[in-house]
Ligand binder design. Structure first.
Ligand code: CO
Length: 462
């Protein structure tokens, strides 16, 4: 089994990592990352990689030196499961034991997990850990200690919300996409202006079969919801029934539908249907001439969910059935006309861009390279203009999400660095890799003496 899928038992910190190479003088700040890191509770095991208890990581870079610390997010689920040695919340794919009566009488039927193990965001002055349930779990970015749920200044009714909010720097407004299950299911976006904590809902639609929503896209004037045919047939069962993701059904006969809304008024501008695909991640979207262009990492179907069950990831060999992905560009006409589809690149995940270019006609994106033999073993830089792409690869190494940090005096889109936490499976050591984002050549490596579990998403904060 890859050590990256094993549990970390105890948090630790390292004051000074051994650094090879030279870290740019301008690069000062913290790489904050999140991910599942503990997969056993007492004698019980979680079933899915996305169930694992959240571990916060911090690589601090200052004057060419690097320190590291990690800390488990002290969520309600983490506290209660650890105390009781059993599962007490309904998580992504793991069910607390017991039948429907036990569920109802024990009162947990509406207790969705607060184990926010997917991403990190800064909301106003607050650092929060995010998953797809309504609670944003605030933590201290200095100590990584959990503070509690962030208290929003509203009473929005939320069943699920994505862990990939967008921020529009021009208007200092954040956006996110909510699903609300019940007798009448609905989806809506909310906006959060300035440093406030009052979320204002807009662009609401009734949906009979809510789709799984992991991310969405914004352009200068529009906000786009992508309904994939991986959807809930009976939302009441979701509220009272099985683990979250087992309520979703894949139907290849149905289309994927893009709903385009005006970002200011919430008015539905257009709906566009394309052949079925599954996705976690939108890469970027922008307006060009009469089109809305939206780039998405697409899968043929939803089998990736199955691939990431721990029984598949923790096999005796390293051959993990990771399905093929396509970086797909959809050109949606703003008025009348046909939708154009273009495949731009194959087999990447965890896409990141220079976020200053979000909503703009951008040139570069970065990701991890995936394939069925060794899951993810290289980093990629995709050049959408020249189509001359670059990769970083090292024997026995498994890189995590590449985070782009712009040079403060940048003269081009790729003027900056890529930060990626890499696991060397052979030496069982993780390291922070710093690449020149332009040449994709190594600038520096800061090595820990220990392995870290694979993470999901994170941010660089100064
Ligand atoms: Co994600």
């Amino acid at each position: 089994m890859l050590v990256g899928f094993q549990s970390l038992e105890k948090c630790f910190s390292v004051d000074s990592l051994s650094v090879r190479g030279t870290i740019p003088q301008w690069l000062n700040g913290n790489l904050l990352r999140n991910g599942p890191a503990k997969f056993e509770v007492g004698s019980n095991r979680y079933r899915h990689w996305f169930d694992g208890l959240a571990l916060l990581h911090k690589f601090s870079i200052k004057n060419g030196k690097v320190s590291y610390q990690n800390c488990f997010l002290n969520s309600g689920e983490c506290k209660e499961n650890t105390e009781k040695g059993q599962f007490s919340y309904r998580s992504f794919a793991t069910d607390p034991c017991g039948g429907i009566f036990k569920r109802i009488f024990s009162g947990w039927f509406n207790r969705f997990s607060d184990n926010a193990n997917v991403n990190i965001s800064k909301i106003g002055r607050h650092f929060v850990a995010l998953t797809e349930t309504p609670m944003s779990v605030e933590f201290d970015a200095g100590t990584l200690q959990t503070k509690g749920y962030l208290k929003y200044d509203d009473n929005l009714k939320i069943s699920t919300v994505t862990a990939h909010p967008h921020h529009d720097a021009k208007t200092n407004t954040s956006y996110n996409l909510v699903s609300k299950y019940g007798l009448r299911n609905k989806c809506y976006f909310y906006k959060l202006e300035g440093n406030g904590l009052k979320r204002r809902p807009f662009a609401e639609s009734s949906v009979s079969n809510p789709s799984y929503q992991h991310s969405f896209a914004i352009t200068e004037n529009y906000i786009i919801r992508t309904d994939i045919p991986f959807y809930v047939k009976n939302s009441l069962k979701l509220l009272f029934g099985r683990p979250f993701i087992e309520n979703f059904h894949w139907d290849h006969e149905k289309s994927t539908v893009f709903s385009v809304f005006n970002k200011i008024t919430g008015e539905l501008i257009a709906k566009h249907s394309v052949p079925a695909f599954f996705t976690f991640h939108h890469v970027n979207a922008f307006e060009k001439d009469t089109d809305i262009i939206i780039d998405v990492v697409t899968y043929e179907d939803a089998s990736i969910i199955q691939s990431l069950y721990l029984e598949n990831l923790r096999g005796t060999d390293l051959h993990i059935p990771f399905p093929e992905t396509q970086l797909t560009r959809f050109k949606l006409p703003r008025n009348k006309g046909a939708i154009k589809t273009e495949r731009l690149y194959q087999n990447l995940e965890l896409p990141r861009i220079n976020y200053q270019y979000n909503t703009m006609d951008y040139r570069y994106l970065y990701g991890i390279g995936v394939h069925s033999k060794t899951i993810f073993d290289h980093l990629i830089k995709v050049d959408l203009k020249t189509r001359v792409h670059r990769t970083w690869k090292q024997a026995d190494c498994f890189p995590g999400e590449p985070v782009f940090v712009p040079n403060p005096h940048a003269s081009s889109e790729d003027d900056g660095v890529i930060l990626s936490v890499v696991l060397n499976e052979q030496s069982q050591q993780s390291f922070l890799l710093i690449l020149d984002a332009s040449s994709f050549k190594e600038l520096a490596v800061a090595t820990l003496a220990k392995p870290l579990p694979f993470g999901l998403h994170g941010i660089f904060a100064t």
